[in-house]
Design a protein around this ligand. Structure first.
Ligand code: DX5
Ligand code: ZN
Length: 220
């Protein structure tokens, strides 16, 4: 599977987002990871669909929107209209509302013609979302508790990646497995070997002295 690198603009300078997007593109990134935080599902607040709309004309790269929000279904329209290519929503935020809310949200995303993703926090077993594999294109495995960039990679994410990749392979399902949080040039290889093919990099990319080289190194 093609390994894709997704810099997270959470670690960029919000007053110069156009430059950050340009840097991602020039550095050979494959996706732009947009971390949407609502101040409730996670403590900080970042940005909403308007940011996606504003950066959309600045890049050809797919916009990978990671919604760390309560009631994600109500947000889908804003992000699709803004030009999102992938929208991922959290199992935990959905399970709080109802048993069918995750499935309904994934269906809504797909019905708008873009890719859907299901996200699991470090304390959510991957088995919670695998039964919905035909409703999502991407499984997002968090390797930190969401909310902040620059945290340390949680090793138990590796077993979850392995479990999920075996599940997909056994069923002939081609699914992206994205891993998000604490990815570095040092641990990227292990993450890829475990079966992930989309690597989010916030601080590793934006704090790098040579982001293009970092992208190459992360890709392995
Ligand atoms: C965490 C976000 C991540 C974060 C990753 O809540 O979902 O995407 O930006 O940042 P690093 O790579 O610095 O851990
Ligand atoms: Zn993220």
């Amino acid at each position: 599977m093609q390994i894709k690198i997704a810099p997270s603009i959470l670690s960029a300078d919000f007053s110069a987002m156009g430059n950050a997007v340009g840097l991602c593109e020039r550095s050979g990134a494959d996706l732009i990871h947009c971390d949407v935080m609502d101040g409730s599902f996670v403590e900080p607040i970042t940005f909403g669909g308007q940011m996606v709309k504003n950066i959309r004309p600045l890049t050809r790269l797919p916009l990978d929107c990671h919604l760390m929000t309560e009631h994600p279904k109500t947000q889908v329209g804003f992000f699709v209209d803004g030009g999102a290519d992938i929208i991922s929503v959290h199992y935990k935020a959905c399970a709080k509302i109802s048993e069918s809310y995750l499935e309904e949200t994934l269906d809504l995303i797909k019905s708008r013609g873009i890719k859907s993703g299901a996200a699991v926090n470090p304390d959510v077993p991957v088995e919670k979302v695998l039964p919905l594999a035909d409703k999502f294109d991407m499984l997002l495995i968090m390797s930190v508790f969401p909310g902040y960039g620059g945290q340390k990679f949680i090793e138990s994410a590796l077993q979850k990646i392995e479990k999920a990749r075996s599940f997909f392979l056994a069923r002939g399902l081609e699914r992206d497995i994205e891993v998000d949080g604490g990815i570095t040039e040092e641990n990227a290889k292990r993450v890829i070997e475990a079966g992930a093919n989309v690597l989010v990099a916030g601080s590793a990319f934006f704090r790098s002295a040579d982001p293009a080289k970092t992208v190459e190194k992360l890709r392995g």
